[in-house]
Design a protein around this ligand. Structure first.
Ligand code: AMP
Ligand code: MG
Length: 396
């Protein structure tokens, strides 16, 4: 049984990363992964300009004319750069080009009219309120390395840098299949012994949110032949993700099928929940994850394994934010596996607090309502008491 770091290392070592590049316009690149270095096309700022509404001038003129200057001309946003007449100030607005000959801007609130001219403060410093060309970045600077997942903020930066289209990795094609004789779709009537299926939709939606091109393979019965036939009829996937049937029960068919058609890298991880989780490859292209059927195990193993695998497939690295928090309640347990507790995180007096929610059974979905993170309990730990420091993984 592999520990979490060992299982992650095994996954990263076996991923065959994306090779196909799409050319995406900016507006379609949100959440996608850069496939090449992304380089600024222009300097930012593109020219020296004013940081304030006020007056552009040469500091030297202030000392010569005892801080009183006439105002001649105006520089507004979008106007061509002009030239300052020596011995004068020019009206200027935020973002407007600094006129040639000026080196300083004084904000309008600091200026006092005096006999048709303006009096400027004595403490005016050279270079005040001037945004210098290229002080943010220069044309040719690398803004992003390959594998970077692009947020709305990133696309704002790329817009400012004059990038219109960019190379991103093609979306991974992902097949999602649930297994279980007991599973029924919500909306249908439940016969005795049946339950509503809940893992597939969450898996599909999380994959979509990560930019995958998902295919819903539906729910199959616990019959190896059916699963084998479905997978045989589903070529051209980068990932196949199954739910359930991955442990050691008599009806656990997934292991058997993947062992036949592919190569299994590992079958169990030393974590709780989510011990019966498997990873491997089918052929040269498809990676598979057999996620556990228990709904909470399914969510946790998606987060711990599938998400990092998808980032790795895109030549990137999943963001892994771990913080320290103060436990607000006690949690006792027998040491053994690394455990992930559904938790409610909040801040009080500038400090992060974490509550281990009641009902940690891997079949219990109710506490999901209040879950905005996990508390990670080390394998050798026997729990914690209120007031102790714990490690947390925020979800949002
Ligand atoms: P399994 O991993 O197939 O042994 O299933 C473990 C537990 O999770 C059983 O109680 C199943 O009924 C339940 N389960 C399996 N798949 C799903 C699913 N897709 N949605 C909800 N519960 C499931
Ligand atoms: Mg099952």
């Amino acid at each position: 049984m592999l520990t979490l770091p060992e299982a992650l290392a095994a996954i990263l070592a076996r991923i065959r990363p994306a090779a196909t590049v799409d050319n995406a316009p900016l507006a379609h690149a949100h959440g996608r992964f850069a496939a090449r270095r992304l380089v600024a096309q222009v300097d930012n700022p593109a020219f020296d300009n004013s940081a304030m509404d006020g007056y552009a001038l040469a500091q030297h003129d202030l000392t010569v004319h005892d801080f009183v200057l006439p105002v001649v001309g105006e520089s507004s946003c979008g106007s061509r750069p002009q030239t300052l007449q020596p011995g004068t100030a020019m009206r200027i607005f935020t973002g407007a080009p600094l006129p040639a000959g000026a080196d300083t801007v004084v904000m309008q609130e600091d200026v006092v009219p005096e006999a048709g001219r303006m009096r400027f403060p004595r403490e005016t410093r050279t270079g005040n309120q001037v945004r210098r060309r290229g002080e943010d970045f220069h044309a040719g600077d690398t803004l992003y390395e390959p594998g970077r997942r692009l947020s709305a903020y990133d696309l704002a930066l790329l817009s400012a840098a004059g990038v219109a289209q960019l190379p991103v990795w093609a979306r991974p094609r992902v097949l999602v299949v649930a297994t279980g004789n007991e599973l029924v779709a919500p909306g249908e009537a439940l016969a005795p012994g049946q339950i509503y299926e809940s893992n597939r939709l969450a898996t599909l939606l999380q994959l979509e949110a990560l930019g995958a091109d998902v295919v819903d393979g539906g729910t199959v019965r616990d019959d190896p032949q059916t699963l084998r036939a479905l997978l045989a009829a589903s070529p051209d996937f980068d990932f196949i993700i199954t739910s359930g049937g991955a442990s050691v029960g008599d009806h656990d068919l997934v292991k058997q099928v993947f062992a036949e058609i592919g190569e299994i890298s590992f079958w169990k991880a030393k974590i709780k929940p989510g011990k019966p989780v498997a990873f491997g490859r089918v052929g040269e292209r498809a990676h598979f994850f057999a996620l556990p059927g228990n709904p909470v195990s399914s969510l946790v193993t998606f987060k711990l394994f599938v998400e990092p695998a998808l980032y790795a497939w895109h030549h990137g690295q999943a963001p892994a934010l771990e913080l320290s928090a103060t436990a607000s309640n006690d949690f006792r347990r027998a040491p053994g596996r690394m455990e992930f507790l559904r938790a409610r995180l909040w801040s009080a007096n500038g400090e992060m607090r974490a509550e281990a929610l009641k009902g940690q059974g891997s079949h219990m979905l109710g506490p999901i309502r209040d879950t905005n993170g996990f508390i990670r309990v080390a394998a050798e730990s026997s729990g914690f008491t209120a007031g102790e420091r714990v490690t947390v993984l925020p979800l949002a």
